[in-house]
Design a protein around this ligand. Sequence first.
Ligand code: SF4
Length: 675
Amino acid sequence: MAHKLTTCTFCGVGCGLYLETAENRVVGVYPSMSHPTNAGRICVRGWNVHEVASSPDRLRSPLLRKNGQFQEVSWEEALVFIATRFREIRARFGPDAFAFFNAPRCSNEETYLLQKLARAVIGTNNVDHGTGVYCNNSINVLLDMIGVPATTNSLGELARSEVIIVDGVDLARQLPTVGGCVIRAKLNGAKLVVIATRRHRVAESADLFLQLKPGTEILLYGAMAKVIVDRGLMNLPFIRARCRGYEEFLERVRDFDLLFAAEGCGVPAEMIEAAALAYARARSAALLYSTGMEARDAESIQALVNLALLTGHLGKEGAGLFALNEQNNLQGVCDMGMLPDRLPGYRPVASPAARAAVESVWKRPLPETPGLAARALLTNQGQGKVKAYWLCRYDPVSTAFFGDAADSLQQADLVVIQHLFMTGTAQYAHVILPTTAFGEERVSFTSTERRIQLAEQVIEPPPGPLPAWEQLTRLARALGADWTYQSAGDVMDEIGRVVPFYSGAGYDNLAREYGRQWPCTNDRPLGTRILFSEDLSERPFKFVPVPRPAQAAAAPKDYPLTLVFGHSLYYWHQNVLIKHSETLKREYRILLLDYPDGFVEINSDDARQLGVRDGAKIRLRAPSGSAVSTARVTPEVRRGTIYVPYFVREVERQIVGSAEDGNQPVHVRVEKEAA
Ligand code: SF4
């Protein structure tokens, strides 16, 4: 038997684990004891995610739709067909009739080549990753305020934090080994503050649990900042030496009255004050928030970054901002430029100097206008604009949290999908290209702590599927490009020439340790554990004054409950890896034995008042529509809210999808339905 160190590619933590193999099968898994992030621990997904490779549902051959039916064809036929259709569509409609989207679980190499194909071969900036606008708010705010769009410190340092604030992210469900780090830090004496609408498992261990009303984070963080200012706990030496915009920020902070905020957030003033004092007085305090679906608008992230600047909790061990990505390579796909307005390395598309830097490597002129994002093109606004979609491991029909992507795909002249499996989206495809699975290729991913790591090849793929990077290379060559990559390592070498903070991340270096945290440069090949620990920032950090929001209007009398959306342990985000791993499917579906049609969660007191029993059929009625589901009665959700796991598409389609503004709170009432 052989065993090899690799990286779990399920979630953004990127735990180190060993895969044991025999006769071209994975026969064992065990965690790396010395990996700096997971240190001997992995979760149920890490133990079983390799099962995906041996799923009998794997696609084995390229499929081409002929006379309405998919037929197996050779790679050559599939690629010639795509290249021919690409040429026709480009000649007739121009480059912006194309859109290239991928999932935030694609490798760095396939992502880099996909956006290069779009920009340098086709000539469009219509590229995006499936997480879209929510994560981009975090990127844009961090770039603007601290100059780096990523987590500033390392997860292993949480053991040395005096105070940890966890905002909005259900760690136990989404990033389990991080949840374990936080709980162990708490047991070792750290003070734990949890801010969330839902009483999740980590909240149960909190010293302070601020169970706020949905969408009131700006008020909460503004009030915390005012407490810190009023008590004189600002870190003035840090502010004077490293920040700008402090005076303007102070002006705004004065508006955040503590009692007003307490009423608006539904959190006692003493708790807000205690959280603020704990954060400000700690020698090292870490602030963790989600960049994903639960993340709020840009202003709430600005309010949170202001707090870190006000207290100087940046650039030192055990402190920092943790912009947590649930998807395993959300950081990497953004680093690689899978953004309609940013080239690799976050260079703005609209900047001539930025384009020139990339053009000097690619030797091709680049389109100057920012592209359109997945959300815009796959919803009604996008209908008819795009004639050809390329979707790499992306299944928007099953997973996108907006409208119904099927409408846009149905109207396209060409839909190409790269995937392991027939997905909900595949029924709208003209061509499906089967990809290799975890363990069958050597590629890299970048974790939520900026750690660029190799996922190793431990078995040979079955005959048929090819690595996605190789498919893209062959297509680019069929379209006349001079791409010569022989391996994913060759692609990474080019990434190092285009993305300055990956310049030292060649495969030899990544393989030497447990990957490297960027910036990993030729001058700094061991990577960077803590950002800003030396005064490396070329420009000062920037406070952004955030206006105090008006007190949110109370829910209308007829619709007194507010919908809150989030992940569920059970069928985690319709995740394709869970669907195709026998063990995970069973683990994640256990609760669904009691609620076979899915469920929404309602607070026990609200349920008692409404006369709703656990397991009862209920109708959620909003002004925009209604949907039927099953009630799961639990004290975990806040009174006045209904928690809707993302997999309950019915509620999204019938109520949210037709609501006028997707960012506004959605209010509903509960009606009992006959069983
Ligand atoms: S926490 Fe994430 S990376 Fe670690 S084993 Fe679990 S799924 Fe894999």
